[in-house]
Write a protein that binds this ligand. Structure first.
Ligand code: ATP
Ligand code: MG
Length: 356
């Protein structure tokens, strides 16, 4: 029997609505070529349009509505002109991440032929690594408060929370990813010289985990110099693992080093597959370019390839990546890459390359 998957399609807001159709065009081409059955469930909620009609981002039974879905293919959320970002984000995407326990945020960072690199003297092949960000705890908590508010003594405390389970599981994922690659290098982001309790402890969990992966070369680096090395020596990285805050910063810095935000994909994974994982571009809804049909759909399309890979369809993933490479090297380009093609032109070209 052919492999068969049910995918929830959530375009969301702004250019999410423009890049999703191109992502689907390419997924359809891959499904046809590799005999994969994809069933789509199209969802209009998790958007600011839905909020305008109902006063909330998602229906109360959102989990039931997603039951039976193997993955979520997500455009972008946010329309700050009508809904504050913290409302739209906390009401949708962050609910998925937390309630579906998508504790791995995975972002490939790769430089392709034909893409102008903001770093001097870098060629394709020099930059090819993954950022693995812890996605559920760490520095992003709401534990704390303000004391003596409004007085000279005003004092704000906000705590971080690192559980052994939460830390070990992200480290394990990163070690395994590093082990599956040819270079087998893992860089652990830390700041144990400045953050005196949680970061030395984070390092000790990494040391402990390293014992089970003797074939992986581990390298702990303080976040400040690590960020500088993303720019100065990106070729030294293979897999980088970081806490929620450090990973958040690195996973925007990484893609920025390889050209446009319009290329960067991401996966929010529940590796145990108890809940559906979510695949989305790194960029947001980009209100400034919405409606012009000039958004680059490659981040969305690459996110679809990550989804197929996670669903066990490695050949389909590889075919989409090859097609992206080919179109970036000699196909049409959207304005962010200096061309004048429309969003759909890119989707059509990549789908044609996937079809072979
Ligand atoms: P968020 O708050 O989630 O970061 P945003 O809408 O504020 O979202 P982004 O969507 O990340 O910001 O975009 C930042 C800028 O990068 C946009 O204003 C847009 O000009 C550009 N950009 C983002 N995505 C694309 C894309 N797919 N194609 C072309 N340009 C893009
Ligand atoms: Mg923004």
């Amino acid at each position: 029997m052919n492999p068969s998957f049910k995918i929830a399609i959530i375009p969301g807001d702004g250019i999410g609505k423009e890049v999703i159709p191109e992502g689907l065009r390419v997924l359809d081409a891959a499904a046809k070529r590799f005999d994969i059955r994809l069933e789509y469930k199209h969802i209009a909620w998790a958007s600011c349009d839905y909020y305008a009609q109902t006063g909330k981002m998602m229906p109360d039974d959102w989990k039931q509505q997603l039951q039976g879905c193997d993955a979520i293919y997500f455009g972008a959320v946010g329309w700050p002109a009508t809904v504050p970002d913290h409302v739209s984000l906390w009401g949708s995407l962050l609910k998925f991440r937390r309630e579906f326990d998508q504790y791995v945020n995975l972002r490939p960072v790769r430089l392709f032929e034909g893409v102008p690199c903001p770093l001097a003297n870098r060629k394709p092949g020099d930059i090819d690594f993954y950022v693995v960000r812890e996605n559920t705890e760490g520095e992003y908590t709401a534990i704390g408060g303000i004391m003596y508010e409004g007085t000279e003594r005003e004092l704000v405390l906000q705590q971080s929370a690192f559980s052994r389970r939460g830390t070990d599981r992200i480290l394990k994922y990163a070690f395994e990813l590093a082990q599956s690659r040819t270079r087998r290098r893992l860089t652990v982001a830390t700041k144990s010289n400045g953050i005196a309790i949680s970061m030395p402890w984070w390092d000790s969990r990494a040391d402990n985990m390293a014992k089970s992966y003797p074939d992986v070369a581990v390298d702990k680096q303080h976040i400040d110099i690590l960020a500088a090395r993303f720019v100065l020596q990106p070729d030294r990285f293979d897999v980088v693992v970081a806490s929620n805050l450090f990973g958040d910063i690195l996973s925007d810095l990484g893609p920025a080093c390889t050209g446009t935000m319009g290329l960067a994909p991401s996966a929010n994974l529940n590796p145990e597959r108890i809940f559906p994982s979510l695949f989305e571009p790194v960029h947001g809804s980009a209100p400034d370019i919405y409606g012009k049909n000039i958004a680059n759909p490659i981040a969305m399309i690459w996110s679809g390839a990550l989804m197929l890979d996670f669903l066990g369809q490695r050949a389909a993933h590889d075919a989409i990546l090859d097609a992206i490479k080919q179109v970036l090297a000699d196909g049409p380009r959207t304005p962010d890459l200096g061309g004048n093609a429309r969003t759909a032109d890119i989707g059509i070209a990549i789908a044609a390359a996937v079809a072979g």
